[in-house]
Design a protein around this ligand. Structure first.
Ligand code: AMP
Length: 114
């Protein structure tokens, strides 16, 4: 069985606050939120990071972003604004090696990033 914590969330072996699920994507609330709305969107199929994406994943990545926009609207943050982030490897601070899109919003954020 996979040791990946996000795979375990997708299968229900680790509890989460799931806000969306379809055949390709699961979205759940971050356990340590960095903003009033902080949702993680993950493909149901394990992919380590952006570095592991192939041409076959283009539709999936587009779908992840599309669902993020729908969830932003559902959370009431679409008009105010939100940020989508995918951290990749050490310099970006990736800690869970199952690709995930952070949806952050609900209060003004500082700019620039980093
Ligand atoms: P990253 O640093 O981009 O790899 O982001 C990993 C995110 O996963 C962090 O924001 C964590 O707070 C979050 N996280 C880790 N474990 C869980 C969990 N069991 N349920 C929800 N979010 C989690």
């Amino acid at each position: 069985m996979s040791e990946c914590i996000f795979c375990k969330i997708i299968t229900g072996d680790i509890p989460s606050t799931t806000v969306f699920r379809d055949e390709q994507v699961t979205a759940f609330r971050d356990i340590n939120p960095a903003a009033p709305t902080h949702i993680l969107l993950v493909p149901n199929r394990h992919i380590d990071s952006v570095n592991a994406l192939t041409g076959e994943d283009e539709q999936l990545v587009g779908h992840l972003v599309k669902v993020a926009g729908q969830l932003a609207a559902q959370e009431g943050i679409a008009e105010g604004g939100y940020r989508l982030i995918i951290n990749t490897n050490a310099d970006a601070g990736q800690t869970v090696f199952h690709i995930h899109l952070h949806l952050l919003g609900g209060s003004p954020m500082k700019h620039p990033m980093g």
